[in-house]
Design a protein around this ligand. Sequence first.
Ligand code: AHR
Length: 623
Amino acid sequence: FFNVEAGQPGRQIPSTLFGLFFEEINHAGAGGLWAELVSNRGFEAGGPNTPSNIDPWSPIGDEGSVLLVTDRSSLFDRNKVALRMEILCDSEGPNQCPAGGVGVYNPGYWGMNIEEGESYHIVLWVRSTGSVNLSISFTSSDGLQILAASNIIASSSEIQDWTKKEFILKATATDHSARLSLTSSNKGIVWLDQVSAMPVNTFKGHGCRKGLATMLADLKPAFIRFPGGCFVEGSWLRNAFPWSQSIGPWEERPGHFGDVWDYWTDDGLGFYEFLQLAEDLNTLPIWVFNNGISHNDEVSTSTILPFIQDILNGIEFARGPSNSTWGSVRAAMGHPDPFNLKYVAIGNEDCGKPYYRGNYIKFYYAIKTAYPDIQIISNCDGSSKSLDHPADLYDYHIYTSASNIFSMAHSFDNTARSGPKAFVSEYAVTGNDAGHGSLLAAIGEAGFLIGLETNSSDVVEMASYAPLFVNTNNRRWNPDAIVFDSWQQYGTPSYWVQHFFRESSGAVLLPVIIQENATSALIASAIRWNSLENGEDYIRVKAVNFGSSLLTLDISISGLPVGSISSSGSKITVLTSDNLMDENSFDKPEKIVPRATEIGNSGTDMNISLPPHSVTVLDLRLD
Ligand code: AHR
């Protein structure tokens, strides 16, 4: 049996408990959450020197009709590489251009998603000599079907100097693997730089892909940790996330090569955009910054000062007054009010490295002196022994098998209740149990989260799954919570498990009594929460059956005044599937999703079946 003592005051769960961890991994941002369609929009991905690899840009037309080279003639000082496109054919004569012209195309990140009726905001920088006309279009991947087109330059006399061209293309047909083409049929030379194509319709108008950002919003996250992970560290410091070069006008951002996950990002999704996303998700931003340590090199504590100043600048950018040096840069970007930055993490997984402790302490005191209210997160695990340095929270990462994570419900039982709190900032089942996101993994994680909620939410203040996103064309890490390609997305069972916990942050944990000899395959909890949407109170019982036999749970709710449970609005929701290793897929995106059944007036005593390998949630609406 499972008795919920609903009349007891219970214990408040931290309002920050369940949130998100976004890392630029698996093309989560570039070619993912960030809705920019053009890959390598400034031609910098091949490096700052020329000749430079312009991949994935490619020529339209043969070598006799178009010549593409790179030079360093860009208008933008921090990203000098531009594309020089020489049209060798002409509108008439012996070397006549083919119908449709010649030029260059960009296939985006494994194809652009162009949808009929949708509008796309195009910006490009261009200059020319000769009499080149230039057309821009979205076409099918073979270039044959035009989805949207415009003549952007009728005569090159107007663009002898670098000129910004900006307009809207509206698509008349749909293609999920389209490309952007720039073509001409007049002899001459055109230079191109900073070519951008963004859907007009993005999440809250701030540039994130709507379908993906909505999946994040649906989780009602209490926080979002960003931008990594290893991405923050870099394999080498020179490739660590450069926050200060990821702000300001996008055209001027140099972009950088993320050498841990091995791809270039134009840094369209930069520090400002992360903060804006947190605000748009109504959640707390948690900035993980580089503390002078990468996977392979370190800055010594005696020379760490420039790094500290850089991070203080970053905090001022995020939350300084709009007339401060860096706050004014934020204001110029359109956000005069400070962002709500209250948490920072000093490094990622760097504890134990030679200069971590020394660097950490210097960062810690510099930040606390300037911003006493900022909560500082250490990389050193304080769950089994006290930290040897001051911190408000400490990072705890766990990647393991399903049975291990399921059995970790008591991991924090012996952790000191005073001192810094734990931030389980990365957890997931990995390896053979996980596949590309299995039911088994999700069930194990659900057990772990119930353990956090019931046994440790007085010492664990935050928890987030990792990684969040994977572009199916670049799986660097398995599994992930949300899988997508150019146009579609689905949640793995691990994503859906997080839905069951989205009301827990800030809820009241109710005391429960579980039958003493209950099977170890069962773990359950009860919370009372208030819906912000309808103002109603609910009791939620969550139960995970990790075993292969059906279980029956006799639930009784005690301590409520008679008639408290409403006759409508209560339901049972189950997440399960026929086979442990079942997964969702683009073909069957909803094979394993929570399935709800309304229940009438259940009264205070009920009997519910817990299918083998399942998470079952009972929601009782209170009158
Ligand atoms: O989540 C994937 C990686 O796992 C993160 O980058 C790192 O922090 C951890 O090792």
